[in-house]
Design a protein around this ligand. Structure first.
Ligand code: UD1
Ligand code: MG
Length: 453
């Protein structure tokens, strides 16, 4: 029978080289804290429990994970990776397998660990430049020792197979070897890597499991490495969605943070940023330099360049932008057009309604076939409360009108350009509020004053 899996995540290190007030593992890759990626990986393995080892600036971590059900193990002094795992042993149960992950190595993927349940292994990778990593000393598939860079001799330094830091072992064995750790090394730390040597001495060696993609083991110790991780992550995401049929016109310029689901024949132009949970149905085009956050777009939606969409839902093919900003609560039905310099917030537009230029539509319920003229503003806020503007089917709002909410514009009503509408307007009629135009016939242009010295 498969043993329950206990995942231990190490996150107590100071992260000095980040030169930041923020805890290292809370720095983000693809818009999410590094440790969130690691926790997500842990959860994908259906663990029986997850223990996070915290220490330096631990209060930041506890606040960050306040909604997660994890065990907390405090490491008061950062005496090494082995010492860190020792802090978690009180949570170990004898029948468990323990998997150790690092909070600052967010690129490990579920696929790197599937099929390894029940095995005692260390995850390794072959790299061109092993500098800084522990070296794997093998005998066949078995690891006889891991030698840290600082403790390695010249032969060991040449080894290009490195320790990812990720190990798995039965709780009982791990506990036994952790009890025997010494800090008799260059850094005078209790190394987790010493466990591997002790296990080999006991005739219970760890197996080396070499990763196909050596990038998975990379961690971030400074801002340069953090940017490198971001690059690797983005490259993986781009490849994944292109393999899924998404056309990226200039792949390297597109960034994906969060989750993206997509249909067929989606085209994403240069410089697009996708953040949060985005869902793009078939035949959608996202124009250059647009930003989408938490959007759900229906088939055939066209987003023109330089458009910012946040929490937008389209229910059929429509056209948005260029230079539009649509905020949460915006819902567009089929055939809608929201054009340049239009801002919307909590605005629901029925089929074939159009706001083609220069408008603010906030807290607006707009029916079908409505035409919103340039410069129209729904005045939804009196400085204290928000109010709704309702515009019924077929209404025509003349340019530069202010609709002072709460107010309702009747079905097929027309509002004359330049009106300030403060009362409900009837169906089918023209309503306008504007000073009558007059021309002053005998008016003369002022002349320069010649008498002044
Ligand atoms: C470690 C490994 C090395 C491996 C490398 C992979 C050891 C001795 N060395 O080295 O073989 O190639 O990772 O990246 O294990 N941490 C604690 N408490 C501590 C020290 C560290 O929680 O006292 C945590 C850190 O927050 C971090 C992780 O453990 O998440 C790794 O620590 P780090 O100091 O970066 O180890 P490396 O020197 O990189
Ligand atoms: Mg490290």
């Amino acid at each position: 029978m498969k043993s329950p899996l206990h995942v231990v995540i190490l996150a107590a290190g100071a992260g000095t080289r980040m030169r930041s007030n923020k805890l290292k593992v809370l720095h983000q890759v693809a818009g999410r804290a590094m440790i969130d990626h690691v926790l997500k990986l842990a959860e994908s393995l259906n663990p029986s429990q997850v223990t996070v080892v915290f220490g330096y600036q631990g209060e930041q971590l506890i606040r960050h994970f306040k909604d997660e059900s994890v065990n907390w193990a405090e490491q008061k002094q950062q005496l090494g990776t082995g010492h860190a795992v020792q802090q978690a042993v009180n949570f170990f149960k004898d029948d468990e397998d323990v998997l150790v992950l690092y909070g600052d190595a967010p690129l490990v993927q579920t696929q790197d660990l599937v099929g390894l349940a029940g095995q005692q292994f260390v995850l390794t990778a072959e790299v061109d430049d092993p500098a800084g990593y522990g070296r794997i000393i093998r005998s066949g598939d078995e690891v006889t020792a891991i030698i840290e860079q600082k403790d390695a001799n010249s032969t060991e330094l040449k080894v290009k197979e490195i320790n990812s830091g990720i190990i798995q072992a039965p709780a009982k064995g791990l506990k036994k070897w952790l009890d025997r750790l010494s800090n008799n090394n260059q850094q005078q730390e209790y190394y987790l890597t010493e466990v591997i040597g002790l296990a080999a001495q006991d005739g219970e060696p760890f197996t080396a499991v070499k990763l196909n993609d050596a990038n998975s083991v990379k961690g971030a110790n400074d801002m340069v490495q953090l940017a490198e991780l971001e690059g690797i992550y983005q490259q993986r995401e781009r490849l994944k969605i292109m393999q899924g049929g998404v056309k990226l016109i200039n792949p390297n310029s597109v960034d994906i943070r969060g989750e993206l689901t997509y249909g067929r024949d989606v085209v994403i132009d240069k410089g697009v940023l996708l953040d949060g949970q985005n869902s793009l149905n078939d035949e959608i085009v996202i124009g250059a330099y647009s930003v989408l956050r938490n959007c759900k777009l229906a088939s055939g939606t066209i987003v023109e360049p330089h458009t910012i969409l946040d929490g937008v839902v389209t229910k059929g093919a429509c056209s948005i932008g260029p230079f539009a900003r649509l905020r949460p609560g915006t819902e567009l039905s089929a055939g809608c057009k929201v054009g340049n310099f239009v801002e919307t917030k909590k605005a629901v537009l029925g089929q074939n309604s159009k706001a083609s230029h220069l408008s603010y539509l906030g807290d607006a319920l707009i029916g079908q076939g409505v035409n919103i003229g340039a410069g129209t503003i729904t005045c939804n806020y009196d400085g204290v409360n928000k109010f709704t503007t309702t515009i019924k089917d077929g209404a025509f709002i003349g340019s530069d009108s202010q609709l002072v909410a709460p107010v309702t514009i009747g079905e097929n009503a027309t509002i004359g350009a330049g009106s300030t509408i403060t009362k409900d307007t009837p169906d089918d009629h023209l309503t306008l509020s504007r000073a009558r135009q007059k021309t002053v016939k005998d008016w003369q242009k002022p002349q320069p004053n010649t008498s002044e010295k």
